[in-house]
Ligand binder design. Sequence first.
Ligand code: AMP
Length: 278
Amino acid sequence: MRILRTLAELDAERDRHGRSSGLGGVCVPTMGALHEGHATLIRLAASRGRCVVWVFVNPTQFNDSRDFERYPRSLDADAEVCRRAGCEVLFAPRPQDVYPSGVPIEVPALPSVATEPGLEDRHRPGHFAGVCQVVLRLFRLLVPDAAVFGEKDWQQVQVVRAMAAEHMPGVDILGVPTVRDADGVALSSRNALLSLRGRFAAVGLSRALEVAGREPAPEAAERSMADVLRSSGLGVEYAVVRDAETLGPPRGRTCRALVAAWSDGVRLIDNAPWPGGL
Ligand code: AMP
């Protein structure tokens, strides 16, 4: 596995492969602090072609500067996870390579699924503008054949799929089901920030989705999710059933239950098919 830190190193790698642009292959965009969920994405990418992992804590997608500052960073351990999961190239650029001063970086127009649902878009203003900006920058640099994203961030997958269809239609967007701990909690880099009490309460998110999956109607499912989240000691941001693709009101097509809640000062999200649950 090769580790690249600069645009010059990326260019040299491109030349090594005899390409005129990017590296091709299958890329896995991450912010590092890699865990088994990321390793699953990397293994899928490696099974499809040359796997290129991107590690970059992107400042433009954080709506809270404290969240950005305390985001876990661990490049040496990340490299080990990448190596073991079959990654060929780890690209961990410096901020000046992603956002060179004086060079305007394209911010694509946001698709409606990034602005209308009232979910992550409402609770993390500016987040999807930052995600679309960095993902498009990454796609333009790496020119991958495909990119792998986790379904844990369900709205993000829909946003990236819509953005790619508009701006980089050659990139196939692949989704991977959420990887969970034995007790049902979705693996997340943010779990490292949880207190013991917060980690215990976090089980409430997956339990809420499980209970909702058995309810016969969206309204009942939403009430049950909010009840389970509250009784687990979590601060509810949203607990909804939506159309799985548009994230608008459920319309009898495939639906998804989505929750966001605070556990002892840490914001967590999760989702599952509805009906059905986890
Ligand atoms: P992050 O580094 O948190 O931005 O995540 C990088 C990618 O890994 C995103 O596509 C996430 O959706 C995905 N991911 C994070 N946690 C999980 C998980 N528990 N299961 C599957 N994918 C995940």
